[in-house]
Write a new protein. Structure first.
Length: 118
């Protein structure tokens, strides 16, 4: 998992695109981004959109704290996906909050491929 992510993140930099990144599916990441997950505690369904919005070039708003979240799209926010530890930390946290479980490696690389394409 770590290796795959590291390699994918490398794609955003000067590194050549390794074969393994072909496994990432930005379209699946896009679908996963808007997919709504019903909650068992009666709270409204959650998705990545709940905090980050549909348009990744625009700021989002945290559903719990109401704080503004800077745009996710690297095209307008070059800091995005540059820090692997940060990406892993937030994917863990956000997947748990949104899906109610950790994301699979496939889901994670798809999300990253999607974000990267924005
Ligand atoms: C409860 C609100 C919330 C939800 C829902 C949410 N996120 Fe986030 N996300 C955050 C916050 C807060 C940060 C960290 C603040 C920041 O980076 O601006 C963050 C950061 C990230 C980062 C790190 C980006 C970087 O390199 O700076 C990724 C990747 C990410 N989120 C992906 C997702 C995905 C995928 C989903 C859906 C499964 C999701 N998030 C759902 C709040 C949320």
């Amino acid at each position: 998992m770590k290796t795959t992510l590291a390699i994918l993140i490398g794609v955003s930099g000067a590194m050549a695109i390794p074969t393994v990144s072909l496994a990432a599916d930005a379209a699946a990441g896009a679908a996963g981004w808007t997919k709504e997950y019903p909650q068992t505690d009666g709270s409204p369904p959650r998705s990545c959109v709940t905090c980050h919005g549909r348009d990744l070039s625009q700021p989002g708003r945290h559903a719990v704290t109401n704080k503004v979240i800077e745009p996710m799209a690297p095209s307008v926010n070059p800091q995005r996906l540059t820090d692997q530890a940060k990406v892993e930390k937030w994917l863990l946290r956000n997947c748990r909050w949104t899906l109610g479980r950790e994301c699979t490696s496939d889901e994670k690389v798809d999300f990253i491929a999607y974000i990267q394409s924005q």
